[in-house]
Design a protein around this ligand. Sequence first.
Ligand SMILES: Cc1ncc(COP(=O)(O)O)c(C=O)c1O
Length: 389
Amino acid sequence: MRHNFDEIINRRVSECKKYEAACYPEDVLPMWIADTDFAVPAEISEAIQQRAKHPCFGYPIESFEFEEAAARWERVRFGWNVDPHWVKYANGVLPFLMYAIRAYSYPGDKVVIQPPVYPPFSAIVRNNGRQLLENRLMQDENGKYQIDFDDLEKKLKDPRTKLFFMSNPHNPAMRCFTLEELKRIGELCLKYNVLVISDEIHCDLTYQGYKHIPFGSISEEFANNCIVLINPSKTFNIAGFRTGAAIIPNKRIRDNIEITIVNNKNYGRTIFGMLTFVTAYTKCDYYADEMMQYLQQSRDMMMAYMKERIPRIKLAEPEATYLMWLDCRDLNMTQDELKAFMFNKAKLGLNDGATFGTGGTGFMRMNIACPRSTVEQALEQLEKAVNAL
Ligand SMILES: Cc1ncc(COP(=O)(O)O)c(C=O)c1O
């Protein structure tokens, strides 16, 4: 491998939220928020250092390199022929959810989400005065989350439903939706005239046997009824640079989003954000490949370990993401007890499953995007704590 993913880096000295904001004691392993403990690719470090030598950092030009880099990534990695003119910038993926809400619904209108899901989805809907409709994902006998399509149709059919927020690959359900599932979703959204906002920020993070399909690549009709959101932040550990891209093939939708961005005066780009985004999406394919090889081994090791040595906590087969969704319901604890157990006994700083909304209670989320030795240590601590119960 060109990159060393085993390297242990002291992040406590880098104003890092994962290690510092939570104020964890030294003996608690922080494995929560979704960034990695890996160094960025050498190409990104070099680009930053090179630019930092120039002493001026005023307003940057809006070079078209950003749009071209996003289009290239989709084309080369997923075979979707994206026209760079379809690409819009924002300082994160989340602002686009807000733009879509403001451009495509009125207060009181409804937005469908699939809980348990990334918490800001529901917050952003509620905080903008819209109503939430939940199409709850349901686990099958293997713990794999499935879509209840009858329920989804019911929710989309509601005349006040304007938007469908999809997380694909799904955080925290670890699902990489299949072509068949995406087609059924897309057909239903067309039928009931609901715009699809497909958050594909975890698109690079699929495991062997699973292939990410950009929603807009499926058909022209789907492309004309969606906004696809991407960001190199999760893959290349550059969330701190605050970038995000929306791919909007339909001109009318694109213009409406542009008006919303301009009306909200939210259009400034950052010098280092542009630089890291473009470098990641044009020069660092090898890093994404190598990181997934590394994570594949960590994920396989973890699955085997959990099954054999911690069977009371269940981990369904992760199809994608480095965020492991742990089903702790067999421990028979209240959510407060579970959180205290993980923190005080297992010494692990995890995400509280309940914050992911309906269906999240009894679960905890563990981020394994760190050196494998840390994952091994975490599993040993967890095993010891469960055995002591
Ligand atoms: C599904 C999903 N969407 C969006 C984000 C955050 O996006 P951004 O930091 O680009 O706003 C995350 C971060 O964990 C996520 O998991």
